[in-house]
Every structure is written in C-alpha cells, then in structure tokens.
Design a protein around this ligand. Sequence first.
Ligand SMILES: NC(=O)c1ccc[n+]([C@@H]2O[C@H](COP(=O)([O-])OP(=O)(O)OC[C@H]3O[C@@H](n4cnc5c(N)ncnc54)[C@H](O)[C@@H]3O)[C@@H](O)[C@H]2O)c1
Length: 253
Amino acid sequence: MTSLSTKVAIVTGAGQGIGAAIAHTLAAAGACVTVNDLNPDRAERTAVSITESGGQAIAVVGDVSNKFQCVNVIESTRDQWGRLDILVNNAGIQPRTSILKMDEWEWNRCLEVNLKSVFFMSQLCGRVMADENQERGGVIVNIAATAGAVTAWPNRSAYGAASAGVVGFARECAREFAQYGIRVNTILAGLIDTPMTTQALKDEALQTAVSANPLQSIGQPDAVAQAVLYLCGENGRYLTGTTLIIDGGQTIV
Ligand SMILES: NC(=O)c1ccc[n+]([C@@H]2O[C@H](COP(=O)([O-])OP(=O)(O)OC[C@H]3O[C@@H](n4cnc5c(N)ncnc54)[C@H](O)[C@@H]3O)[C@@H](O)[C@H]2O)c1
C-alpha cells in the first residue's frame, strides 16, 4: 500500500465531492492534509471527518482564484506542518450556459477558478518545493475534465476551454519543474457522482451519455482519489507531464 507518511498535502476545493475524497485518501495514506475550500462549512466538515477517522487535517478557507488567498493557504499549511510536498489543484466550477448567451463575467469567472488558480497555486507551491534550502521536490496533480480534450457536452464552453488550458499549462509546468524534482500530472475525469453533477445530470445529453458508458453508469469520487494517490506516491515516480483519463471508457471511439 502506498505510504505518504511524513508528506504534507494541500487539496483545493476539498469541501465536498472529488476533492473531499482525495483529501480523505491522502490522509488515510498518512499525509497531513490542508483542506481548502471557498465554503467554510464544507472545509471544516471534511477536515473534522478526516481527524475523526484518525487522520491529520486542517481546514483553510480561501478562494484559489485570488493570489493573496492562495498565499494564505500555503503559509497556513507551512505554519501548521512545517513543509509542503503535494498540491492537488481540484477546485472548479461548471457554468452551464450556451456560447450565444454567455456573458463576459461568467466566462472570466470560470477561467479564473478553473485555470488561473492552477497557475497561482502551481507557481507559489512550486517556489516552495524548488527551494534549495529545503528538501527539494514535490508532486502536483491537477483535476480537469475530458471536456478539455475529447468530449464536448452542450453549454460547457468555458469549462472545456479551462480544462484544455490546464492540460497545456501542466505539460509546460512538468517540463520546467522537472529540474527541481517536481512531477506534474493531470487527471481528466469523465462523469463523477458529486454535487456538481447532480445538477448537470438534468441535461438529456448527459443522461444519454451515462446510459451509454461502457463500464458503469457514473464514476465515484474514490476512483479519481485512488489515481491521485498513485500519482503522488513512490509508484508514480517516473510519471510527469501525463494526462490520465478516468471516465469508465466513455471516450472510447
Ligand atoms: N464531477 C464530475 O463529473 C467532474 C468531471 C470532470 C472534472 N471534474 C472536476 O473535478 C473538480 C471537483 O469537482 P466536483 O464534482 O467534486 O465539484 P463540486 O462542485 O462537487 O465541489 C467543488 C468544491 O470546490 C469548491 N470551490 C469552488 N470554487 C472554489 C474556489 N474558487 N476556491 C476554493 N474552492 C472552491 C466548492 O465550494 C466545492 O466545495 C472540479 O475541478 C471539476 O471541474 C468534475
């Protein structure tokens, strides 16, 4: 079993859904986890649930599309645990508006939360992980969507564009950060059962896609969390710059 004992991780948007599953899984493997979320109740709930299960976690509220709040998330982590080894860029939103109707604010907000936050957090955590005065190295895992590469659901233009941006940025990041012993990989998830998809599944197109999924109707957050664990642990040591699709075979053509 993968051990992350002595490792310190930040998981963004970990108050519910995929992020909460990732935070639980990393903590169960021994990592000390900073549970970040924009929503204070959700952040607290995940952190408490981890500590009640015997793991180590703190909640740090913050909007990761804001650079100053990103700094606070990272500094709170270092104050609490003294180091930083793993960053999981998971926070995201999914506006569902047609291109013809979308206004600039909605487009910008999606790109800020889903893509700019990945730049802020990767840059700021990268500086800590690359610091030659510390034990160098680390792991960054980004959670994006198959919409960024291979699928196109109706009314997801900003979401698809942000995910595609994450894929491109992560490859550059992997290339630049390799010299510091920092690995960077991206997971492209298909349909996963979370509060985000509860709403989205009202779309007829998505219901059709779910019923046609080769493996199962919809994925569970733990399927993504287990892949994150693999990428973060020693077994993933030769992986960087990759994108891993977790979609139950939805994108088999
Ligand atoms: N659920 C899916 O089918 C699916 C598929 C592909 C990719 N994803 C991606 O996985 C990630 C998690 O999705 P989910 O389904 O668990 O979503 P979710 O909406 O259930 O949970 C997302 C969490 O992120 C938090 N959050 C939102 N904006 C934030 C911000 N600016 N700063 C900090 N926290 C913020 C929310 O408060 C929420 O608790 C997202 O990036 C999403 O795009 C999800």
